[in-house]
Design a protein around this ligand. Sequence first.
Ligand code: PEP
Ligand code: MN
Length: 338
Amino acid sequence: MLIVMKPDATPTDIERVLETIEKLGYKPHTLPGANRTAIGITGNDGSVDPAHFENMPGVADAIRVTKPYKLISKDLRPEKSVVKVGTATIGGDELAIIAGPCAIESFDQVFSVAEAVAESGAKFFRGGAFKPRTSPYAFQGKGEEGLRILAQVRDQFGLNIVTEAMDERGVDLVEKYGDCIQIGARNMQNFSLLKYVGKTRKPVLLKRGLSATLDELLLAAEYIMAEGNYDVILCERGIRSFGTHARNTLDLSIVPAIHNVSHLPVIVDPSHGTGRNYMVKPMARAGVAVGADGLIIEVHSNPDQALCDGAQALTPRQYLELFKEVQAIHQALLPIAV
Ligand code: PEP
Ligand code: MN
């Protein structure tokens, strides 16, 4: 059930609806919009009787939700969400560029990349301190020490920090040091982790699973939002397919598909999406052209020496070129923005 308030509904009208929802034993989710406030109801097993709400002051409509998701939906919030991440935002008119190394390796490695990212004018820095690796013998990340380096990057350059958490302990640490909690592709359907980040008040960057459908991705976001954290950014990072020319198949068609049904911002990861240095720039350009709200790009000063994902890392110089090109495309598209 979705309660749409009239544009002139008062705070008292809204408060009464919230109280009624709670008295029925359900959970209200208030999403204020540009023209009206909508309130999603979760926690109900069966359908909720609209008669509870229809005649209440300030209520425009009580709508039964027939789709599997509620809170991610444009039915709840017709205009796009702009998610605040630290001192910046994702989902507004500005293209959000999140750049940095795959993994935090050392202070010097991180700072040499951070200089280029800050110079470009990007507002977000990435880098993993907890790395989900296929092999247990591969570099697993520097843990809390890596997060401390990231916090220094924020202090020195004013960049907002996006970094992955793989478990609940990691979430607690990322909350302490970072600005945005990344949930990686392999954890997209780790439902207990999704519920846990849903209880935090930090924004969440949710990456699409290796073989996840659109609905599976949206329902994973729904898990986070159902716990009360509405600051979710989705990320297309490539899916498994039969091709061997690229590490993954970057499924750019999911960007308009998400914008068609959801108010959440979506960014594109051409680094993991291709796994090849030379493909990152063209696919980044394509991602912006299909309407992505931002990009996440891996950068390393010495890709040959990288402890993780060197084959897809851009050098700082390549990254700076990419930044200029994608900004030009974004500017050209602003007048016809989706
Ligand atoms: C990453 O961003 O470094 C990462 C591990 O991404 P994914 O979860 O998409 O593989
Ligand atoms: Mn990586």
